[in-house]
Design a protein around this ligand. Structure first.
Ligand code: RTP
Length: 155
């Protein structure tokens, strides 16, 4: 059938400062790319603490909130938007459980991280948060709509 980019969902994925400092950018991007998802926005940013607090506003009552926001703003983050069928839910599957002690081998956190406070990557947990997070991190014109030739073979 005919594939239109508009029918695919989008999710926000961020490589946190630990993933960047450990040289895991290409490794992480590669897993989403090989799966068949499409990169539609990417940039490197050092978020301010205020920005990190906005990103994690849902967790502001948690005891680890302050440390988490300090950490996210401690260095460069690779902010991305990935597009594809089921990418929000399946992206979380590629990432693995929040606590790397519990994530399965084969997942990004299972293979590449050890503790929950340094779990190298973030992914939106549902359609509403995906939309909110994309809007927080990106201007609309930073998102690129295009058809890749591979799509006709992936779908
Ligand atoms: P994420 O959004 O980053 O994929 O994580 P999540 O939904 O699986 O987990 P969430 O509960 O939303 O936590 C967000 C991030 O907070 C850090 N965290 N630290 N006990 C702790 O020290 C603790 N618990 C959570 C993690 O970096 C987690 O990814």
């Amino acid at each position: 059938h005919e594939v239109h980019a508009a029918e695919f969902e989008r999710t926000f994925i961020a490589i946190k400062p630990d993933g960047v400092q450990r040289g895991l950018i290409a490794e992480i991007i590669s897993r989403f790319e090989r799966k068949g998802y499409k990169l539609v926005a990417i940039k490197v940013v050092i978020p301010s603490k205020e920005f990190a607090q906005k990103h994690y506003h849902d967790l502001k009552e948690r005891p680890f909130f302050n440390g988490l926001c300090d950490f996210l703003s401690s260095g460069p983050v690779v902010a991305m938007v990935w597009e594809g069928e089921g990418v929000i839910k399946y992206g979380r599957k590629l990432i693995g459980a929040t606590d790397p002690q519990k994530s399965e081998p084969g997942t990004i956190r299972g293979d590449l991280a050890v503790v929950v406070g340094r779990n190298i990557i973030h992914g939106s947990d549902g359609p509403e948060t995906a939309k909110d997070e994309i809007d927080l991190w990106f201007q609309p014109e930073e998102l690129v709509t295009y058809t890749s030739n591979a799509e006709t073979w992936i779908y």
